[in-house]
Design a protein around this ligand. Structure first.
Ligand code: ARG
Length: 587
């Protein structure tokens, strides 16, 4: 609705028009505009175009310059080097464009929404029932949450799916044990905490495992339970449901700690596709996509071979008739494409599952379920490493529990907040400590590109200097404090004023928010937004050092600077929200 054309877009439009006028035979011409240190923008597209059309690049550039109207938006345009264009924007255009963003009362800062949105299904935050959540689950949840928010912000229709691991042979053992020790999970569901729920499950799992390993007869009974479970025996299913419910209490408590909204109706685990598995196999077998091999139903691929040179198949159904992870994922694709009407399916899953997804997607393409109109993509993430550069483990060599890690981050962050706190109560310190600590963990995860491994280093994460969420949160809180001091609720812009270099740099960057969000959303790349926000905060720091705000020369200048402060704050706030991170008003 209140979408604002960015300065970069209006310069782009003017240049593209001048270029096609100067070179009509070239059709539509791309000026290749980017931000530059020498002027505000530089256009580099003329060289390639001149080469293609066998024209002299400097001459073409000069012609373009003569056709571009300078005035309201463009202050200055000149040819440089072999045929680049340097473009300077008027101070007035910078302030007026930001004022238009500021006036957008939806809080979207003039960022446009898609005219014809598609439907994206995003599969993320998928822990496993009866198991502890670890750092890998953190990445899927944090990255998925941000990509989901980015897509929704651009207007896409997003369906969330939490493909939890809630099915498999291990449940035979657990259910059998529970039946023989019936009171182990007894409690009134709404009275227990997530931590208690997990310790109940953990205790039960260990006890069941011990008995399973020691007692042959129990083992036999447990195996029989698996068959009952798969056959849908009501009593067995009811017990299985107890495990799922107990686990969900725990999951929800961890997601709440992560300050993340996970809705029950979006949790469709592996078991949710049980009714489709036989049909999925039948369709694959009838179409010849899958073939029987030593009793198992397999899909073979020309380009996927093991170290011995033999093809590695995707096993859709085992020779004993059992279905595994692949059958479930293939059925989930059918559901997402044909029932949910997805145009796009994103899987936020560990890079170590890449071969699985490659085979699953290829199979679905061969079956005609995926194609040009429906795409599937694994947003693969790397491993979380310890300070030593090896996969993150406790000192005892065990995987790190997600809750412990969050608690430690919150402790550290609370210490930082306490040290800097001036007028905060104990209660406020605890609340801010949580927001800063959880933000630090999320930001560290989101600020490197997802496919890379990253080091989990709490010292670095809660540092006030450098590329951290704490730095961004403090920048935001400092602005709020200035606005409070000025008593300015909605400062008015003054486009007639001349701007300081630092004001221009800040203003031009703030205007690029829309383009950054669009890029981060289409590329599923929250780290691009994180880098943008960090730069925004850095430019704000320079501005604040160079340009007195409350002590500026005239009342108009004070107000205009307060306006720049507020635009920056709102951009930081919105940007951080898209990363799933809070920006407290006071720190
Ligand atoms: N539960 C799995 C794990 O913990 C992740 C599930 C990913 N999603 C999927 N559709 N396979 O590794």
């Amino acid at each position: 609705m209140a979408s604002v054309t960015s300065l970069s877009d209006s310069v782009h439009q003017r240049l593209a028009a001048a270029l096609s006028a100067a070179l009509p035979q070239a059709g539509s011409a791309e000026p290749l505009l980017r931000r530059s240190d020498r002027a505000d923008f530089q256009a580099n597209g003329i060289l390639a175009l001149a080469k293609k059309e066998k024209a002299n690049p400097r001459e073409l550039a000069t012609q373009v310059v003569s056709r571009v109207e300078s005035g309201e938006v463009i202050k200055d345009i000149e040819v440089s080097g072999p045929g680049f264009l340097n473009i300077t924007i008027t101070d007035r255009a910078i302030v007026e464009t930001l004022a238009a963003r500021y006036a957008d009362d939806t809080g979207r800062l003039g960022v446009p929404q898609a005219q014809q949105p598609g439907t994206t299904v995003i599969d993320y935050a998928q822990p496993n029932v009866a198991k502890e959540m670890h750092v890998g689950h953190l990445r899927s949840a944090v990255i998925g949450d941000s990509v989901m928010r980015l897509l929704e912000f651009t207007g896409e229709h997003v369906v969330r799916r939490h493909h939890i691991g809630d099915w498999g042979t291990q449940f035979g053992m657990l259910i059998q044990y529970l039946e023989e020790h019936p009171h182990e999970l007894d409690h009134k569901a709404d009275e227990i905490s997530g931590e208690e729920a997990m310790s109940n499950l953990d205790r039960l799992y260990k006890a069941a495992r011990k008995l399973f390993d020691a007692d042959e007869e129990f083992k036999t009974r447990a195996r029989r339970r698996v068959v009952d479970l798969q056959a849908g025996d009501p009593q067995t299913l009811a017990m299985w449901q107890k495990f799922v419910d107990e686990s969900k209490i725990y999951f929800f408590s961890v997601f709440e700690k992560l300050d993340m909204e996970i809705r029950d109706e979006d949790i469709v685990g592996e078991s949710g596709y049980n009714d489709m598995l036989a049909e999925t196999c039948r369709l694959l077998e009838e179409s010849g996509v899958a073939v029987r091999s030593e009793g198992a139903l397999c899909v073979f691929f020309d380009d996927i071979k093991g170290p011995d040179g033999n093809p590695v198949p995707l096993i859709v159904q085992k020779s004993d008739g059992g279905y595994g992870y692949a059958a479930t994922d293939l059925s989930a694709i059918r559901d997402r494409v044909f029932n949910l009407k997805a145009n796009n399916i994103i899987y936020v899953v560990d890079a170590r599952q890449s071969l699985h997804f490659k085979m699953v997607f290829e199979t679905a393409r061969k079956a005609g379920w995926l194609g040009d109109d429906v795409k599937a993509y694994q947003l693969a993430f790397g491993t979380v490493l310890g300070k030593d550069g090896k996969p993150f483990k406790t000192r005892e060599g065990e995987t790190v529990r997600l809750v412990d890690l969050l608690d430690e981050a919150i402790d550290r962050a609370s210490a930082v907040v306490r040290e800097k706190a001036q007028d905060l109560s104990e209660e406020e310190i605890a609340e801010r400590g949580t927001q800063v600590g959880v933000g630090a963990v999320k930001y560290a995860d989101l600020s490197t590109s997802a496919n890379r491994d990253y080091k989990f280093d709490l010292d670095q994460m809660v540092s006030l200097n450098g590329d951290t969420s704490v730095y961004l949160q403090y920048a935001y809180a400092r602005i709020q404090s200035i606005l409070r001091k000025a008593g300015a609720s909605r400062p008015v812009a003054h486009p007639e004023l001349e701007l300081h270099e630092a004001e221009r740099a800040l203003g031009l960057h703030a205007d690029a928010f829309a383009a950054t969000v669009a890029e981060a959303a289409t590329e599923y790349a929250p780290h691009k937004l994180a880098a943008y926000l960090y730069q925004l905060a850095s430019l704000y720091t320079t501005f604040y050092d160079k340009c007195p705000v409350l002590k500026a020369e005239t009342p108009e200048q004070i107000e205009n600077r307060l306006f720049l402060c507020d635009v920056t704050a709102r951009t930081l706030h919105q940007g951080m929200a898209l990363l799933g991170i809070r920006t407290p008003e006071r720190l």
